[in-house]
Design a binder for this molecule. Structure first.
Ligand SMILES: [Zn+2]
Length: 142
């Protein structure tokens, strides 16, 4: 198979406990700009999209949405961050998680879920990402 910018490099990743439940962590260094993982799932139609209550939806084209609910989709464990180390790239109606900067082993992967998600879901409950609740502040409050 031909490789491209969008061929996920087989980086060692693991689902581990994080501050907000579970998260996806890098177990080895990942260079800036690398394609880390594809966000996979079932393609659903607009009608299904309107009825869906999945929290793992990605609109990839006007007519196509990917529902990444399936546990086989490891990328679903990636949490939101207001200062993320990953970013989403939608390419040919597929969703890829790319390294926004160099990532060190042991770092949790995160990307910004977007303003709409932040306003509707995270703001009311309070965002717990590293930028909003720094590790030091958390330790002090215990
Ligand atoms: Zn935040």
């Amino acid at each position: 198979m031909k490789t491209s910018k969008f061929t996920p490099g087989r980086y060692c990743l693991a689902v581990k406990r994080s501050r907000t439940g579970r998260g996806l962590f890098a177990l080895e260094p990942i260079p800036k700009g690398a394609c880390i993982i594809e966000y996979t799932g079932r393609t659903i139609t607009d009608e299904e999209w309107l009825k869906s209550r999945s929290r793992y939806l990605f609109k990839v084209t006007k007519k196509k949405t990917i529902d990444g609910w399936d546990k086989a989709n490891m990328a679903r464990y990636i949490n939101h961050s207001c200062r993320p180390n990953c970013e989403i790239d939608i390419h040919k109606a597929r969703v890829f998680v790319m390294a926004k900067r160099a990532i060190k082993p042991g770092e949790e992967l995160a990307y910004s879920y977007g303003e709409e998600y932040f306003e509707q879901i995270l703001k009311p409950i309070g965002c717990k990402c590293l930028k909003c609740v720094p590790e030091k502040a958390r330790r002090r409050s215990r």
